[in-house]
Write a protein that binds this ligand. Structure first.
Ligand code: IVH
Length: 677
C-alpha cells in the first residue's frame, strides 16, 4: 500500500491529506471537545468524499485514515500483551477523616506540609492503555491483572475520541515525544448505555447491568463493527514514556494530553491544601446526577512527580493517590418476594419485591435482579436484607446481600418458573445465555411487539398498522396473534377510535395486499429469535416452502447459508411449540405465501467454502461475502479441513496461521475476484 506506485498522484495525495486532516479536525471538535463546527450532514459529505477517493485509489489508503476505524476482526480471541509498567489500582476512602489521615501520611513521608494535589473525577468505566509509536496509535491494552492485559487495538480504534495519529508538530507543541503511552478511562455515556440496552431488549438480547459492565463487554467484543456502533468514550489521565511518568507535574500531564488532542476531563482542579480538595469533592457531588456519564468518586493525586516517586507504592496501589468514594445512592431493605416480569420480547426478568425504603427522595419497593446469573452472583434469597441502589434514570437494582448480626440471611431460594407466568408457554434458556424467555409467539406480553414487527415495512408491510392501531386492537382483544390480523372485519375496525370508513377500507386493502408478499417475508414475520431479514431469505431460498422448513432437522438447517447451531436451535425451538405450529396453520389458512422459489444461485463457487480474514482493501466483508454467496459459495467464520479457500487481507491473524497449518489454500482479494469471473 505504498504511495510510491503512483508517482503521478502527488496532487491526489495532497488532496487526500487535506480531506483527512479536515475530517480529523471535525472529529476532534465533535468527539473530544463536544463542540462541533459543522452539521452531521456536512460531516457526512466530507466522509463520503474521502471514501469515494479511497475507493478509486485503494493503494492510497493509510491505516490512520478516518475511514479505517473499523476493519478486520480480532481473530477468535484476544492476544495477551505486557504492560510497560504495572497498571495500578487505587486505595479507597469513604469519609473525610480517612482522607485527612491519608494527607497526614503524605506530609509525614515527604517531610513537607505544602503539597499540591490534583483532584479529578473518578470515572466509572475501565482503565485502558494506549501506545503510540511515531505518533500513530499502535496498541490498546486492557488492564488485565495489572501486568498483562489483552490487546484490544481493533476495538479501541473505533472510539472516535481516540486519535489514530497525531501530527508531529502537534506533539511537539504539546511537549510530547513521538513514542509514548496514554492511560485513561474508557466509559460508556449514560445515553449510549440506555440506547444500547433498549435496542438489545427489543431484539430479545440480555441487557447490561450498568455502564461499566457495558463498557467492558463492548471493549472485549470480538466484532469491532459492534464496538463501533456502541459509542464509547475515552478520557486520558496519565502519560508515560518508557514506562515512566514523563512530566514533573501531574497537572502538566493533563494539559499536555489535552494539547495533543486527547479528551481530558475538564472537571479537575489543582488544590493547594486539604480544604480546597474537600471543597472540590463537595462541589462535584452535587453535579453527579447531571453528568452524562457515571462517576463513583474523586481521585486525589499528589501533583509533583518527584514527590510521587518518594511516596512510592504499597502492594498494588500508589501512596501518592487515593480515591474518595461517594456514598452509593442506596438504602438497605428486605426482599419480601421475588416476582417474574415478562417483557415485550418474552424475556423473563426477576424482580425483588421490597419492603418500601426511601432512597434519594422516592420510595423504592421494587428492584431488578436482571437474570438468573445476577441472582447467583449476588447469592440473594427471599427474606434476605439487601442494598438497593438507584442511579440516574436506571431502574433501582440490588447491589449486594447484607449479612451481619442485625440482618440475618433469608432462606427461600428462588427458581425461574418452567412456564411463562403470563401465558403458560414454555420457558427456555439458551445455553450460554443469561436470560430465560417465553417461546410462545402468542404470549400476550409479546403480542403488541410481535404484531408491530409483523406489520412493519420490511416484513408484511401493512401500512396504517402502527402503534395507535395495534394498541387498540390488542386492548380490545380483537387480535390475539398475528394471524388474527387476517380475520379482522370492517365492523371490527369501525368500532375503533379515529377510524372512518375510508381508513378502515385502506387497512383492509393493505392486509389483503400483504398476502401476496413472498415466503421470506412470512418467515421473517414469525419473529423467530435470531432470524432476521437476511436469514429468512436464505431459509426461503434453501427450503422453498414453509413445510420443508418446519420439517428440517438441526443438520439440515445448518446447511443453510449463515445458519449455525444457535440459529438452527432457535428455529427448532420455535416450531416445537404447539402454539406456534397452530399459528402457522392459521396463517396458511389466511392465504399467505407458503411456497417460494428455491433460488438458483450461481454455480461458479458451488460447494466451496471460504473464510475471510484480515482487512480487505477493495470490498467490505459483507460485499465479499455476498459475492461469494451469490456465486453459490459459502462463507464460514472459522477455518477447518473443510475450508476450500482462506481469503487473507492485511493484518490477517490466527485464521491465516490455522489455514497454513491445515494446508488450506490461501488467496488474496484479486484471486478471489478472478474465481468469481
Ligand atoms: S489514576 C496509579 N485517575 O479507578 C493511578 N484512575 O480504582 C491509577 N479511574 O483502575 C489510576 N478515574 O480505572 C485514575 N481520574 C482517574 C480515574 C481513575 C477512574 C479508575 C481506574 C483505576 C481505578 C482504581
Amino acid at each position: 500500500m505504498s504511495a510510491a506506485k503512483h508517482p503521478k498522484g502527488k496532487d491526489l495525495e495532497k488532496k487526500l491529506d487535506a480531506v483527512r486532516e479536515k475530517i480529523r479536525h471535525h472529529e476532534y471538535r465533535y468527539y473530544v471537545l463536544d463542540n462541533p463546527e459543522i452539521s452531521d450532514a456536512q460531516f457526512d459529505v466530507l466522509m463520503n468524499e474521502l471514501k469515494a477517493i479511497e475507493a478509486e485509489h485503494p493503494e492510497l489508503i493509510t491505516p490512520d485514515s478516518p475511514t479505517q476505524r473499523v476493519g478486520g476482526k480480532p481473530r477468535e480471541g484476544f492476544v495477551k500483551a505486557q504492560h510497560s509498567s504495572p497498571m495500578l489500582s487505587l486505595d479507597n476512602t469513604y469519609n473525610e477523616d480517612d482522607l485527612r489521615n491519608w494527607e497526614r501520611r503524605v506530609h509525614e513521608l515527604t517531610g513537607r506540609s505544602d503539597v499540591d494535589y490534583v483532584c479529578e473525577l473518578k470515572l466509572d468505566g475501565m482503565s485502558l492503555a494506549l501506545r503510540y509509536e511515531d505518533g500513530q496509535l499502535v496498541r490498546g491494552i486492557t488492564r488485565g491483572d495489572g501486568s498483562i492485559g489483552e490487546d484490544v487495538t481493533l476495538n479501541v480504534r473505533t472510539v472516535r475520541s481516540i486519535p489514530l495519529s497525531i501530527p508531529k508538530d502537534k506533539l511537539k507543541k504539546a511537549g510530547v515525544p513521538a513514542n509514548f503511552e496514554v492511560r485513561g478511562e474508557m466509559l460508556m455515556p449514560l445515553a449510549a448505555f440506555k440506547k444500547m440496552n433498549d435496542e438489545r431488549a427489543a431484539h430479545g438480547l440480555s441487557t447490561f447491568a450498568n455502564p461499566r459492565n457495558a463498557t467492558a463487554g463492548t471493549v472485549r467484543q470480538l466484532e469491532p463493527s459492534i464496538t463501533a456502533q456502541r459509542r464509547l468514550d475515552y478520557f486520558g489521565y496519565m502519560l508515560l514514556v518508557d514506562g515512566r511518568t514523563y512530566f514533573d507535574r501531574h497537572w502538566r500531564t493533563l494539559e499536555a494530553l489535552d494539547a495533543a488532542g486527547f479528551k481530558v476531563n475538564s472537571y479537575r482542579t489543582l488544590a493547594k491544601n486539604f480544604d480546597e480538595v474537600w471543597r472540590f469533592i463537595e462541589k462535584e457531588e452535587k453535579k453527579r446526577e447531571s453528568l452524562p456519564y457515571e462517576i463513583d468518586g474523586i481521585v486525589v493525586k499528589v501533583d509533583r512527580t518527584p514527590l510521587q516517586q518518594e511516596l512510592g507504592f504499597t502492594g498494588k496501589a500508589p501512596r501518592w493517590a487515593i480515591a474518595y468514594k461517594y456514598a452509593a445512592r442506596g438504602g438497605i431493605t428486605q426482599v419480601e418476594d421475588i416476582l417474574v416480569q415478562v417483557g415485550r420480547t418474552g424475556k423473563l426478568t426477576p424482580v425483588a419485591a421490597l419492603t418500601p425504603v426511601p432512597i434519594g427522595g422516592t420510595t423504592v419497593s421494587r428492584a431488578t435482579l436482571h437474570n438468573m446469573d445476577e441472582i447467583e452472583r449476588l447469592g440473594v434469597k427471599i427474606g434476605d436484607w439487601v442494598e438497593v441502589e438507584r442511579g440516574g434514570d436506571v431502574i433501582p437494582k440490588v447491589t449486594r446481600v447484607v449479612d451481619d448480626k442485625d440482618h440475618p440471611r433469608g432462606h427461600k431460594e428462588f427458581h425461574m418458573p418452567e412456564r411463562c407466568p403470563v401465558c403458560g408457554g414454555h420457558v427456555i434458556r439458551t445455553e450460554g445465555e443469561a436470560d430465560h424467555r417465553c417461546v410462545n409467539a402468542n404470549c400476550p406480553a409479546k403480542l403488541r411487539e410481535t404484531i408491530l414487527h409483523f406489520a412493519s415495512r420490511h416484513v408484511m408491510n401493512i401500512e396504517g398498522m402502527g402503534d395507535a392501531l395495534v394498541n387498540q386492537l390488542t386492548d380490545k382483544g380483537l387480535v390475539k396473534n398475528v394471524a388474527g390480523i387476517y380475520k379482522l372485519t370492517k365492523d371490527d375496525l369501525l368500532s375503533l377510535e379515529r377510524m372512518g370508513d375510508k381508513s378502515a377500507q385502506n387497512v383492509l386493502d393493505e392486509i389483503e395486499a400483504s398476502k401476496k408478499l413472498p415466503l421470506e417475508r412470512v418467515i421473517f414475520g414469525l419473529g423467530i429469535r435470531f432470524v432476521g431479514e437476511r436469514t429468512a431469505q436464505f431459509l426461503a431460498e434453501h427450503f422453498g416452502s414453509m413445510d420443508a422448513l418446519m420439517q428440517a432437522n438441526l443438520e439440515e438447517l445448518q446447511e443453510v447459508n449463515e445458519v449455525g447451531p444457535r440459529i438452527a436451535e432457535s428455529i427448532l425451538e420455535f416450531f416445537a411449540e404447539p402454539k406456534n405450529r397452530e399459528l402457522v396453520e392459521q396463517l396458511r389458512k389466511a392465504g399467505l405465501a407458503f411456497t417460494g422459489k428455491k433460488k438458483e444461485r450461481g454455480t461458479k463457487l458451488a460447494g466451496k467454502t471460504f473464510v475471510l480474514t484480515g482487512t480487505l482493501g477493495h470490498f467490505t466483508r459483507d460485499e465479499a461475502k455476498k459475492l461469494i454467496e451469490d456465486a453459490g459459495g459459502r462463507v464460514s467464520g472459522s477455518v477447518s479441513k473443510k475450508t476450500d479457500y482462506v481469503v487473507a487481507g492485511s493484518e490477517a491473524g490466527s485464521k491465516l496461521d490455522k489455514a497454513k497449518e491445515l494446508g488450506v489454500a490461501v488467496i488474496d482479494e484479486e484471486e478471489m475476484a478472478r474465481l468469481l469471473r
